[in-house]
Design a protein around this ligand. Structure first.
Ligand code: SAM
Length: 174
């Protein structure tokens, strides 16, 4: 099962850190790529720098038309999950979603347009309280991959951490 993330919206300056963190969390928790609207190249550059040091093939794609992307995704046989506090409980849908080949998971930087609810095959809540797209995304990916993504070794990494009870142990791999 392959998962890509689509983040809808970006409030200039105010959202900069959250936007970068959405990309870093997508990568670290096992997604293949993130599509984002309304951002410049700085997020892609930060994430490319992380991938160069720590490995993996993750990509950031800047897009203009999120509805077009989601419709094409569905036409090509993928499914769309939208994270929203108004959706159904993640635990009631996760088994079914794990059977899909490709999932595009949509998160909002702010209130998302109505169409997001209609385009989605699954409207999924991570609890029914308002919180954050980063927290919702992290839990979604963790539930979908059953935590296995946290131990995955990424190809092409230049640095490798040796887990330690204290201090930092990092090795160069090439
Ligand atoms: N009141 C807003 C709304 O209409 O969803 C909350 C916006 S919240 C700051 C930004 C994003 O966080 C939402 O678009 C959604 O993707 C995600 N989010 C927040 N709480 C969530 C929850 N309980 N379950 C799933 N996703 C959530």
């Amino acid at each position: 099962m392959k998962i890509s993330v689509l983040r809808i919206g970006h409030r200039l300056v105010r959202d900069d850190r959250v936007t970068t963190h959405s990309a870093l969390v997508s990568r670290a928790f096992g997604a293949e790529r993130i599509y984002m609207t309304g951002i410049d190249e700085s997020v892609s550059k930060t994430v490319a720098g992380v991938a160069k040091r720590w490995g993996g093939e993750f990509e950031v794609q800047i897009i203009q038309d999120w509805k077009g992307l989601a419709r094409t995704w569905k036409k090509e046989g993928g499914k769309v999950a939208h994270l929203t506090m108004y959706g159904i409980n993640i635990d009631d849908a996760v088994q079914k979603m794990r059977m899909e080949d490709r999932i595009l998971v949509m998160i909002g930087a702010e209130k998302v347009p109505r169409e997001a609810y209609d385009i989605a095959d699954y409207n999924i809540a991570v609890g029914n309280q308002p919180h954050s797209e980063i927290a919702a995304l992290a839990i979604f990916l963790d539930r979908m991959f059953k935590g296995k993504q946290l131990k995955k070794e990424l190809a092409g990494r230049r640095l490798r951490i040796i887990p330690a009870e204290r201090g930092k142990q990092v090795r160069e791999t090439r």
